[in-house]
Design a protein around this ligand. Structure first.
Ligand code: HEM
Length: 402
């Protein structure tokens, strides 16, 4: 099928092909080529992000294995971020506050995420957070422009290697010691890496959480079930990694929202470095983009009965207990929001905990609904290429309960 910016891509459908694609070795299927093409790394974020991927093991090990240790800090920053956000104006208790959904979520997530990436006080620097949030849009705009032209013209289109955000990131300095060499150890190298990690973390998390927030506004009736669960867990477990694991309804709500609205229509985008024949005999010539269809998989009635309906407790056991096989972070050929296999998102444990903490906080602190003019109808998504973006003009009303 035609797929911007790759022109044509082969879609690997079904469990067997998706599993094979997800677990194929890098010398057969390149993970970095499609990203390089999509983002036009040479002209936007810099080639180093693909040639020296030292940040991936840092996220996979240092960050993911220490979720238990950072959860308190994450929650502390979240509470502070909500407290100063427009939706928590103290004078407006019991009054509705109308906020743009995506922009508000982006602001919160940029700050909370960077409490862990760079710590205080930098994570509370509004300009730093704003630049790290808009960076992704600058990159996508520039890359889209470049991708409209043939390859030989690319060097002439744009040289964006010094985005506005860079001097700010450098001047705020970086209290993170990364396992890096040469250019990567320089102030500019570290600042670029931080911007690029934020590029992968803030937008994905914000888009994902906004989709869930819009479902909450569409179905305020689900808030009571979530609230009862959160209050019960907080009473018995306090704020801990174990407590987060027990929030199975919160977890299921997020997984179902991501099932219906993942960040993209495709997942596991790869590029063949050699001719390749799948186990079922399908031949793919060298130089082909191959991806799995997240959209048709997540809406497949054979996998998910009533697949098009938002069923927030779909992944909760009939006993209402935790089913680790259906947790939000568990990926498979049937749940592709975080990819699957060899390059599955290493930041998903961090993201899931952050988003769960935010949803838990929202349901116990606010009632959430749409403006009257929306008639309780979830505004339609926006699509840019294969990206699935929650309606960028959607507003949500927050009313403080406590
Ligand atoms: C809800 C939020 C997120 C979503 C939906 C998401 C989704 C994804 C997806 C679809 C991939 C590609 C997987 C593949 O092609 O098989 C990916 C890769 C990646 N993600 Fe995430 N992500 C999220 C949050 C994060 C966060 C918070 C971080 C950092 C802390 C992060 C770091 C990464 C990295 C480093 C990779 C590249 C992995 C590799 O090169 O092997 N992600 N993510």
């Amino acid at each position: 099928m035609p797929l911007f910016p790759y022109r044509w891509a082969v879609i690997a459908n079904g469990r067997a092909l998706t599993d094979e694609l997800a677990n194929a070795p890098d010398d057969k299927f390149s993970f970095t080529f499609p990203t390089g093409k999509l983002v036009q790394t040479d002209y936007t974020v810099g080639p180093e992000i693909l040639t020296d991927r030292f940040h991936v093991p840092i996220v996979r090990t240092n960050l993911s294995r220490n979720i238990g240790a950072i959860i308190e800090e994450l929650r502390d920053e979240m509470l502070q971020a909500f407290r100063v956000s427009p939706l928590n104006d103290q004078t407006k208790k019991d009054k509705e506050v109308n906020v743009p959904a995506l922009a508000t979520v982006q602001q919160l997530i940029a700050r909370i995420t960077n409490r862990i990436f760079v710590g205080q006080p930098i994570c509370q620097d509004e300009e730093f957070c704003r630049l790290n949030t808009v960076y992704v849009f600058d990159v996508v705009k520039a890359a889209t422009k470049i991708n409209m032209f043939p390859d030989f013209m690319h060097p002439r289109i744009l040289q964006m290697n010094g985005p506005d955000a860079l001097p700010v990131c450098i001047s705020r300095s970086l209290p993170v010691i990364l396992d890096s060499n040469g250019y990567e150890r320089s102030e500019e190298g570290l600042a670029m890496r931080l911007l690029n990690i934020n590029l992968g973390a803030i937008n994905t998390s914000s888009v994902t959480f906004t989709h869930a927030l819009l479902y909450l506004a569409t179905h305020p009736e689900y808030a009571a079930i979530l609230r009862a669960e959160v209050e019960n867990v907080l009473d018995h477990e306090g704020q801990s990694k174990e407590g987060m694991q027990k929030m199975v309804h919160v977890d299921s709500f997020l997984r179902e929202s991501a099932k219906l609205n993942a960040i993209s229509l495709t997942s596991i985008n790869r590029y063949t470095l050699d001719n390749y024949t799948f186990a079922d005999g399908t031949f793919i010539p060298k130089g082909t983009v191959v991806a799995s269809s997240m959209y048709s998989t997540h809406l497949d009635e054979k996998i998910y009965p009533n697949a098009h309906t938002f069923d927030p407790w779909r992944f909760v056991n009939s006993s209402g207990k935790s089913d680790t096989g259906k947790a939000y972070t568990v990926t498979s050929a049937e749940f592709l929001s975080f990819g699957a296999g060899k390059h599955v998102c290493p930041g998903r444990f961090f993201a899931a905990n952050e988003l769960k903490a935010m949803l838990a906080h929202i349901v116990i602190t606010y009632d959430v609904k749409f403006e009257a003019k929306a008639n309780g109808v979830r505004p339609p998504n926006e699509y840019v290429g294969t990206s699935v973006i929650p309606n960028t003009t959607a507003h949500v009303l927050f009313c403080r309960r406590v």
